[in-house]
Design a protein around this ligand. Structure first.
Ligand SMILES: Cc1cc2nc3c(=O)[nH]c(=O)nc-3n(C[C@H](O)[C@H](O)[C@H](O)COP(=O)(O)O)c2cc1C
Length: 170
């Protein structure tokens, strides 16, 4: 039996964690053993044959916990298949998707050693009533309507397609 898959995530308001759990559930349905953990809590990748890392974009940057996860585990990640996803456009418009894709690509360029087997952008969730400091001081964010454009069918389909790509290299 193949080693377990780690789905590691970073989140601030919880929407990325819910997506990570959906990805983990879809991988489990495919017969994989999967752990889903906050990226900041992961001390070692021993025992994991492959990794999925998911995190939201904030102010054009991938969540710091995702970036520190990559730096901390570089050696182990270089010898395992890694898939990544980022959240998230808040409007389902072509320009927004393109811009966010470019944001993720730019962030990934900071890790030239990383060759993800898959890299995807998913729509995000925004609830102005739940914003915490300092986001709750930004009028544009407070005035934005609540939205949730996470496409659960697309998330599941992506995860199902990952199973073959995450087969261990060794
Ligand atoms: C202050 C703030 C800044 C954001 N900046 C970006 C951004 O630069 N790019 C993007 O695609 N989404 C951005 N978003 C949207 C979030 O990525 C989206 O709401 C995501 O679902 C949040 O994930 P979380 O619930 O796991 O924290 C921003 C949201 C907030 C509140």
């Amino acid at each position: 039996m193949s080693a377990s898959i780690l789905v590691a995530c970073a989140t601030r308001y919880g929407s990325t964690q819910e997506v990570a759990e959906a990805v983990a559930a879809a991988l489990r349905e495919g017969g994989q053993a999967v752990d889903c953990q906050p990226a900041k809590n992961v001390r070692s990748l021993d025992g994991y044959g492959a990794v999925v890392l998911g995190a939201p974009l904030y102010m054009f940057h991938w969540h710091k916990d995702a970036k520190s996860f990559l730096s901390r585990h570089q050696q182990a990640l270089m010898v395992r298949p890694v898939a990544v996803f980022a959240m998230g456009p808040l409007k389902d418009e072509a320009k927004d998707w393109q811009d966010v894709r470019a944001q993720l690509d730019k962030e990934l360029l900071k890790f030239p050693w990383l060759a993800p087997v898959a890299a995807e952008v998913f729509g995000g969730k925004h609830d102005p009533a739940k914003l915490t400091f300092p986001h709750n001081l930004i009028p544009a964010l407070k005035q934005m309507p609540a939205t949730d454009i996470r496409d659960w069918a697309a998330i599941r389909a992506w995860a199902v397609g990952l199973t073959a790509k995450l087969q261990t290299k060794h």
